[in-house]
Design a protein around this ligand. Sequence first.
Ligand code: ADP
Ligand code: MG
Length: 373
Amino acid sequence: MINLVEVTKYYPGQEQPAVDNLSLTIEKGETCVFVGPSGCGKSTTLRMINRMIEISSGKIYLDGKDILQSDPDQLRMGIGYVIQQIGLLPHRTIEENIAIVPRLHGWSKERIKHRVTELLELMGLDPEVERNKYPLQLSGGQMQRVGVARAMAADPPIMLMDEPFGAVDPIARNYLQDEFLRLQREIKKTICFVTHDINEAIKMGDKIAIYNKGAIVQHGTPQEILTNPANDFVKDFIGSDRMVKKLNLTCVEELVRPVSCLVNEGELSNAVDKLKETGADVCFVVDSSGKPVGYLTKEEVISLSDKITLEGLVQLVSSKGNAFTPGSTPLQNALSLMLEYDTEYLGIVQGDQLIGAISFKDIRKHMCRKEGE
Ligand code: ADP
Ligand code: MG
């Protein structure tokens, strides 16, 4: 656990503090993202935690121990640190770069070699190909991954990450974010993560601390902050698409409901009667292997003329032939699919099997629900 108590930092000659009487607790195993405009004191906060910068006043405790009571070098050996500039030593190989802290810990050569292999694999890099290269022989995204591997080398319980994915293109960035989230679910480090990008904060943070001028103006879960921005600054910082951003926090599987009306494509003509009989809003159609091929809605049936042919029916159903998505899809993407395919419903699939459905109305209801309902 990291505890900051009324921490203030004045740089020499500054009239305004870079960090102003800041108190914050980061629980063990939690990722807390510091987010805010440039110059608001995020990096300064981070660097006070590992004593790269000394505090002007206030206290910082790691697991209850005042950091001033630890030797700075000892302290830093227990804290992984990743920076945007990556900071790999250019004349050392990837292996040597990753091995810096384990060497300081006095690990044996074998143990270090084994750990480097393990970390490169974890980061999706081929150890035998990459370990003897020099940093400049790698792409930006690869270097960034080596930077993360280096910070994790001696398995520190705490990681400080200062815009760790800032130096790569959006595609690599998205990939690194996803990989890191996957990894964090296993390793459960206590992480302070700095970014100026609110989307990255929402994606990466268990908690978010929103900064303005050296102070935290709101601290809470992404859900809390998006639902109840504390003031106009937070509201502006999040952006007017707050509810659309909030769509990302929920996956369709949380709203999925069973399909109450289903026909096989061989018995498509039954769909019309079935919809009328059951009173269901929608009838899904599957092929003989259970794979969805489309659906028919009550409204469509009502507006159908009696003269509709079987071909006409097939066409109507298959015009929704793409409206299916796995349960892990965030609501934002689900909504995007509904707009793309101009459909009111999405079938939810596991592999290629239909397991449920979600409607536009379900999403709207969910988003308009008050907290705690
Ligand atoms: P952020 O990481 O949020 O962009 P910083 O913590 O780097 O912000 O900076 C906070 C404020 O402190 C800024 O006004 C910046 O100019 C100032 N500052 C940062 N580092 C130093 C330094 N080494 N010496 C003097 N002022 C600094
Ligand atoms: Mg910074």
